[in-house]
Design a protein around this ligand. Structure first.
Ligand code: UDP
Ligand code: MG
Length: 350
């Protein structure tokens, strides 16, 4: 029996697709927020969400993940959970990184739709109602697409824009650009992502990998309200390497292109040598230059293969993506993954 059709929320666009009829009314919205050393902003963030809640026309649960903070973030989250019954706090046993923290949140989210948003209010929560409207109209992933980005250096803006476009060109499936982690996903998308067995995750490509119907919701990204970015240039570079290697095998194919280019250089040099044989004693610099070029390209190719092997090795170790030390708030709240052991979850054992 097909589910009874539902009415769109007041102000939302009319139902656009047959799938829209499956959206529960009013339904439960989960908001997943990874937090690492966010003591300066976390109370303001919760205040903004709390004042937005009545306008959402959905029941709400807010899942904060404390990703090994060394400041007062956890203490503040405990206070928030003690006063707001909609709040769940997942305390990770150490800093596992933003991707792992978001994965933990997705694992615990019970909502019919799940929003992922940063803790620092760079992504304005006031965009969420528009995402919900798109979802009610049948869109499965309503992702925030940045029209402008306040408070970022010109260097970050240019490198991020170039990286997004290069990254999209390496993907075997459509990949939105100028977008981050701020998005609303339907329950079916969350289930598909959560059920992917890989432990090391890059959600910005894993969510598009799952397919479904994606649509942008344009917004202006604000500057950080308080606190500092958690990404040094070194961490950003490591994230970019993970992003590419976990998501695409095209860089491996580029080794063939490098080999072909080197072969052309070799053949050109040989032709030149035969046409114009150098005088005795004049060949050494040319030989050293070619040997150096060869060694550099070969070493880079081996290192690239090594990066893929390393990530494969880590997957075979099978360690969980994160480990949970404690869960606060919402008595009896359980991870939605049926494979997670009953009782207090210790990790995302899949
Ligand atoms: N974050 C996290 N674990 C980390 C680093 C960051 O949970 O190891 C969280 C952080 O608290 C924030 C979000 O990820 O909610 C994005 O981090 P940040 O704002 O520093 O990144 P940026 O916006 O500067 O790229
Ligand atoms: Mg930020």
């Amino acid at each position: 029996m097909s589910p009874a059709p539902t009415q769109p929320a007041p102000g939302a666009p009319p139902l656009a697709t047959p799938w829209a009829a499956h959206r529960p009314q009013p339904g439960l919205l989960s908001i997943v927020i990874p937090c690492h050393n966010e003591e300066a902003v976390i109370e303001t963030t919760h205040g903004r969400l709390a004042s937005l809640a009545p306008t959402l026309e959905m029941s709400l649960e807010v899942i904060y993940i404390d990703d090994g903070s060394r400041d007062q973030t956890l203490a503040k989250l405990r206070q928030i959970a003690a006063t707001d019954p909609r709040v769940v706090v997942l305390e990770l046993s150490r800093n596992f990184g933003q991707q792992a923290a978001m994965s933990a949140g997705l694992e615990f989210a019970r909502g019919d739709a799940v929003v992922i948003i940063d803790a620092d209010l760079q992504d304005p929560p006031e965009v969420i109602p528009e995402m919900i409207a798109r979802w009610r109209a049948g869109v499965d992933v309503a992702y925030g697409r940045r029209r402008t980005r306040d408070g970022e250096t010109a260097f970050k803006l240019i490198t991020a824009s170039l990286f997004h476009r290069l990254f999209a060109s390496l993907m075997p499936y459509p990949m939105p650009v100028d977008t981050g982690d701020f998005k609303l996903c339907d329950r079916a998308v969350v289930d598909a992502v959560r059920d992917a067995p890989e432990k090391r995750r890059y959600l910005r490509s894993l969510i598009p990998w799952a397919g479904f119907r994606h649509e942008p919701v344009w917004y202006d990204r604000d500057a950080r309200t308080a606190g500092e970015t958690k990404y040094s240039p070194r961490k950003l570079l490591a994230l970019a390497a993970d992003a590419v290697i976990l998501s695409s095998d095209k860089p491996l194919r580029l080794i063939w292109v490098a080999a072909a280019a080197l072969a052309l250089v070799g053949m050109g040099s040989l032709t030149w040598l035969v046409a114009q044989p150098p005088a005795a004693g004049q060949t050494l610099p040319a030989v050293l230059a070619v040997a150096g070029l060869l060694a550099a390209v070969q070493t880079a190719a081996v290192a690239l293969v090594g990066e893929y092997v390393l990530r494969g090795y880590r997957e075979t170790q099978g360690r969980p993506t994160y480990v949970i030390r404690d869960v606060l708030g919402q008595q009896g709240h359980q991870a939605t993954n049926p494979a997670t052991p009953a009782g207090r979850p210790q990790s995302n054992v899949a």
